[in-house]
Design a protein around this ligand. Structure first.
Ligand code: HBI
Ligand code: FE
Length: 286
């Protein structure tokens, strides 16, 4: 049964959420490695080859340094193999899930240093774009930075914060922060803009666009500004938020968000391309 966590108008996440009874109460399931076809492994190999060639000068240093920790490049990695290295590095492990899962199970896994990785891969026909996260988006986009201790701590804090936000009815606001940091965040390194967001790092087109295009605006990350700003799920972003370091991101998001959620109730939402008076502009979009 596909959990009714997505608007009726949205295409339900692909994938069988029962896996013939293998999906547990926490929505995790075994990684059925034998079920991957040669075409699946070839899709992963081709995606990895194309994306890793695009990284120099566009991806942040920490991502480039951590990517080899995934191990295999020619075939879909075994989660057990990665977990042997990942758990030693930061106490995280990747767990297989059938696809997008409801928010509370998602946040609960993150709060317990378990990152949910979709266990299926896109079809060759979807090589260039797929709207739901598949194993390549999660594995290539999200998992490498879980080897970075500061980012790994931020991800766990985000999970714990998500459970609090759920209690306060503030998941939509917090999901915007997730979107503009963990999925589509940029960082300044040695005066240059670099990508750390998984949605950018796993996208063949958006990586160069987010870092180098004159079109979008790039503004310094401000929590209220990010949580007020709507985002696009099926096109490149019109606004990118920029941090100076993972330490800055961790420190900025460490305090309790309850007062921020109260302040947000008094503020107008902003469109994805809005310009706001308080913005610290790094690049003015056109
Ligand atoms: N489920 N598997 C998976 N992966 C995600 O990234 C994910 C999810 N469920 C909900 C979700 N992300 C977002 O709504 C978060 O902001 C909660
Ligand atoms: Fe993602």
């Amino acid at each position: 049964v596909i959990p009714a966590v997505y608007g009726a108008s949205e295409r339900p996440p692909r994938g069988d959420y029962d896996r013939s009874g293998q999906v547990k109460a926490d929505y995790t399931c075994p990684q059925n490695y034998a079920a991957y076809t040669d075409a699946d492994h070839d899709t992963y190999r081709r995606l990895y080859k194309r994306q890793s060639a695009l990284l120099p000068g566009l991806a942040c240093d920490e991502f480039i340094a951590a990517l080899p920790s995934l191990g295999l490049e020619e075939r879909i990695p075994r989660f057990d193999d990665i977990n042997g290295r990942l758990f030693k590095a930061t106490g995280w492990e990747v767990v297989a899930v059938p696809g997008l899962i409801p928010e509370v199970p998602f946040f609960t896994l993150l709060a317990n240093r378990k990152f949910p990785v979709t266990d299926w891969i896109r079809t060759p026909a979807e090589f260039d774009y797929i709207v739901e996260p598949d194993i390549f988006h999660d594995m290539f986009g999200h998992v490498p930075l879980l080897f970075d201790p500061v980012f790994a701590d931020h991800m766990q804090a985000y999970g714990a914060g998500g459970l609090k936000a759920h209690g306060l009815g503030a998941c939509e606001q917090l999901s915007r922060l997730y979107w503009y940091t963990i999925e589509f965040g940029l960082m300044r390194q040695r005066g240059q803009v670099r990508a750390y967001g998984a949605g950018i790092l796993s996208s063949s087109g958006e990586l160069a666009y987010a870092v180098t295009s004159g079109e979008p605006q790039r503004i310094a990350l401000d929590l209220l500004r990010a949580m007020r700003t709507r985002y696009k799920i099926d096109s490149y972003q019109q606004t990118y938020f920029v941090i100076d370091s993972f330490k800055q991101l961790f420190d900025m998001t460490a305090p309790d968000f309850t007062p921020l959620y109260a302040q947000l109730k008094t503020m107008e939402e902003l469109s994805a391309n809005a310009v706001s008076p308080g913005d610290v502009v790094i690049h003015t979009g056109n």
